[in-house]
Design a protein around this ligand. Sequence first.
Ligand SMILES: Nc1ncnc2c1ncn2[C@@H]1O[C@H](COP(=O)(O)OP(=O)(O)OP(=O)(O)O)[C@@H](O)[C@H]1O
Length: 553
Amino acid sequence: MEIESVRVESSVWVGKKRFRALLSGWYFSWTELDKKNREKKTISVPIGEVVAVAEGRVEIQPQKKAEDTDRDFTLFYVKRRSSGGRIWTLGRTQFCCPSRDLRDQWVAQLKTALKTHCSSRPHRLLVFINPYGGKKRGKEIYLSLVAPLFELAGISSHVVVTERANQARDHILKKDLTGFDGVICVGGDGMFSELLHGVIGRTQQEAGISEHDPTVMLQPCDLHIGIIPAGSTDCVCFATVGVNDPVTSALHIVIGDSQPLDVCSVHHQSTLVRYSVSLVGYGFYGDVLAESERHRWMGPLRYDYSGCLVYLCNRSYRGIVQYLPADPQISSPRDSTRCLSGCRVCSESTERLFPHSDSCSSLYSRQLSQYSIESEGEWISVEGRFRCVSLTCISSSCPRSPKGLSPSAHLADGTGDLILVRDTNPLGFLTYLHRHTTTQDQFDLPFVEVHRVKAVRFSLPPDGDYDDEEREQSISEVLEDPEKLCESDIEFSKDGSQQYLAERQKEQEMKDERKKREFFCGPCCSKPPAVSVWNCDGEILPYTEISCRFKYF
Ligand SMILES: Nc1ncnc2c1ncn2[C@@H]1O[C@H](COP(=O)(O)OP(=O)(O)OP(=O)(O)O)[C@@H](O)[C@H]1O
């Protein structure tokens, strides 16, 4: 039966009011009628946003209750609440039909419409909960807000509450995932990153592709990742969904929404170090992360505290940044666009990157066009002293910074934005930072440059301002907590792990000395390091010299 041709219509009651209900094509609507059968207001719900239809009078909040009355049925659907419709809640309307037969017909037709129209909805999900993320409410958020929605929508879920960092990543890499339509993280950006590494890594393993080769053509991933925000910043969730709200995210998952994302692969020589979607930042953002790791006990407040402390240190770092610019005819980081689902630039870029993406045999052309960047233009080199060097694939907006690091960045166009903040006076840098929280343009400052890029390399000037020993020492200086170098870094970085183990010994000796010093006057009085560290989506990278490429997934 063709869904477009289905048309069911009848009188129904909602409470004491009479309505005319109509299922036609992709919409279910009900129009209030007055005593003279004149139409009043109509509510219309796309079938794609119907969560479930159930016989009887059903409630799921505050607790599940079902009263199986003969002539009633309940419709659950997405209801837009506020913030320009970005916050979603579960709408519920109970309809009473003139007869039981008619009720059965409504339920059957609506269920058929759901099956026909919503083939991309998940049926079985693997859920990872980080019980220690953010305010440690991950389990509670999942059980009270998300699980009832999944159950209502007929989604079965297998839940893993993690007991250690990287458990979720290892599970995805090693365990049998047959039958799962997607993986869900209940946590923050760090948890998302674990799932991202698991999913990309597994897909490449299965395809026999080495991720360490920077020029390799990566296989696109079929397994989708869902995010239920329960971390400290939840930047990836905010930048893709527009809000950090567990119910909104759960509803997006339930109705099978999906959003492709650019991913930045970070290499050191011929070793894959990490993938990133939100921030790869050197200088200020690296130092803030390193500092904040020493104050984890403060919870999310640690970022504010460390931000102030690092700002007072007034540091800048030397570096050489080389980048491969993206085509300025297509988009620019200063063009004031805001990328949302259905964005024109992203869809045109998809078409350009993957010209025959509707067929599986297109993988070759898809990858070929993606990785032919070396032949697409000239690398540009910038040398100087920087407050920070930041790279982002997405706007990286969050509730604190609603426009984000690069407000016009696109979610899925195969490019990233490179932001160079040159050394400036403390007031200038404060103005730059402050503008992230206002509507003022943070790029409209003489010491800030922003470029839309396809690839970036960072290296230290070779003119002997510091030697290797000092560089290693500087990395140790900011790495107060060596455990922060996650297992993945150590596994990925075969040669890096040796360097890392050697550093640990040195760090331990330095730690005691440094603690003595900082007890009296804080980190701003210690000798400023010659190099900073890279903050890659909240993880410290064990290398200073890196190369990054943006890839579309
Ligand atoms: N059971 C666990 N014990 C310790 N660490 C864990 C556990 N499960 C996950 N992790 C790690 O904790 C780190 C931080 O988690 P998460 O991102 O969920 O919260 P957050 O850091 O508070 O939030 P955000 O990343 O948004 O700032 C992640 O890198 C993850 O690998």
